[in-house]
Each structure stands twice: as C-alpha cells, then as structure tokens.
Design a protein around this ligand. Sequence first.
Ligand code: SF4
Length: 366
Amino acid sequence: MNESSLGIYFHVPFCAKKCPYCDFYSVPFSKSLSSDYVDAVLRNVNHYGDNSFVDTIYFGGGTPSLLTVQQIEEIINAVRESFNVDKQAEITIEANPAALNYEKLTALYEAGINRLSLGVQSMMENELKFLGRIHSPEKVRNIIHEAKMAGFSNISCDLMIGLPNQTTKNIAHSIKCLSEMQVNHISSYILKIENNTPFFFNGVSEMLPSDDDVSDIYLFMCDELEKYGFMQYEISNFAHEGFKSRHNSRYWKCLDYIGIGPAAHSGYKGRRFAVAGDVMKFIGEPFQTEVDTDTNPFSFEEKCMLSLRLTDGIDVNKLGIHKDKIMSKLPKLIENGLIISDGKKIVLTKKGFLMSNSIIEYLIFE
Ligand code: SF4
C-alpha cells in the first residue's frame, strides 16, 4: 500500500434489526431516509474531493448492504470523480448475509465492490439465535457460494467468540465450515457486553465464560485458524496469503483515511476527528461537522500501541529516545512468554495479545 495514499470510509447507519449486543450507531432502515443520507454522502465526497490518490474504499455500518446497488454505485462513482482512485483499489462492503441474494451480489460486483465482509458470527444455529442474528448457517453457505459465482474472490467473515456455553468444538466447527467454503479472511471478536444494550439489561454478563476460559478459547481459535492457513496479522484478524484487509491496515499503520457519515471517524492530515452519531444532523448539514477527538494525534505512544496490535510488531529503530527505557523492560515480558524480540522488532505473542492493553501500558507509559 502506498503510504501517502488515502482511504475513504462510509458509515452507513441503517440496520434491519438491532442485534442485542451491538452499540454501533444505527437506526431502522427507511427508503426515504437512505435516499437523503446518500445525497448528504455525495455532498461530502464532493466537499473533501481534492484528487488525492485513493486506494481503499470501505462501506461499514450499520448494514451498508441495505442500500440499493444504484446508491452504492453512485457513491463509488462520486469518489472516482472527486479523487484519483487506483484501478486496483480495494473496495469493501460489510454485508449481512440475510440482506443479500445472487442478483444483488452480481450487481455489487459489477458496481466495483471487490471485497465482501460478511457478518457471519457463527456457523452454529444455536449461537446465531442467541446473538439475535436473522440468518442461518445454511444462508451463509448459499451466500458465499453465490458470491463466488458472482465473481467475488476476496471474502471475509466475522466470527464471535466468548459466547455463553461456547465450546472449542463449536469454534472448530465454525472455522471448518468457513474454511471449506474457501473464504480468505476472518475477523474475530470477543463478545463484550456494552452498556445500554439488551444483553446488558438481560443479565448476559453473568452467563459469560470466565477470563481464563475466554483466553483458552482465543488461543484455541488462533491455532485452529492457522491450521487452515489463516495467518494472524493483527490481534483479531487472520488472512490467507495476500488477503490482509488493506483498508483496516490503514488504521493500525496510522495512514490517512476520511470517514463520511454519522458516527464516522477520520485520521486525516494530522488530525483525528469524528462526526456526531445523528443521521438527521448529517442529512441536514451542507457538510458534516468535524469534531476533534484527540489533542495529540499520531503521537509516538499511539503509533506504538497500534503497531503492537500487529504481528509485524514495532521496529526497534522507530523507538527513538524511548528505546533504552522500552528495551530494558523486555526481558521480564519475554521470560513470561508475552513478547518476542530479535533485537530489531518487538512483537507480542498470542498470549501477549490477550493482555495487550496492560503490556502496552507497562512498556510505554510506566
Ligand atoms: S451487529 Fe451489525 S447488523 Fe447487528 S445491529 Fe450492529 S451494526 Fe447492525
């Protein structure tokens, strides 16, 4: 990826049904609201457009696949008109398997989308029910098959771990199914109970596995994914050779991206800013209002924290004046199996990833 290139993220804030664990900003889908939303997106694309070289575009949400293909195509075309978009740009859409069919997949592919990120979460019927998802394992199988028929060769699936009563056998089953369907990328998240979600009020916290059990499940999942050729490249992300998410890699490498839409975040031209999670405000403004979210963006500490999320780790030469302090703390962490270092790089182990926040705190801030 070209280090001076730009990524564009669109937050599409609509969902067909709110999942009981989710606290992302989204509102119920309506045709007229989505039409006003797309108009506002187009105004903003035009507003930011400066012919910069764009090599990743990402539709996230929410459920972007609820927009019509014409709406998505209009947005992609607007980006192409306002920026210098790489012919090989990675263009991803997050999609709910329940909101797709073969016709839509074909049209999305023809509109320029070349990467699908499916909110699968599990290939176990009971886990999907618990998560309030509206698709079945069978639907996932059909959609992945149809996506391939439509031309998609770059497919990522989300997987959720740390569910109540989830066994390693369940995880192994989900991974085996996805691998058999030859998807290329898995993003895995540990279920967290967010404030003010139905799971928060329904006492799901008490049903969750202990921290030790979640650690065991995470380590098992990493090994299992590796067995099927999904190599870990970030705490939560695993890919076959050549299929790392180029757009998400921007976030960890502190490369520029503009976020457009309610609740979208940006890291752009040395600033970090966000847009209020309020679709009516977004629609009503000529251009989205940017609110700075960080007084010291792209600091050394932030860069270290983000680098340590990656299996490439931190280049020791980039530690500058902090090098001696940080290097002096390594032996204890290496001894405990949390870090490996060849003197040129510092990399967290899988066990280290599970404690990444406290390790980073210790290395950088203490
Ligand atoms: S998990 Fe995805 S589909 Fe479910 S409510 Fe959140 S954004 Fe919408």
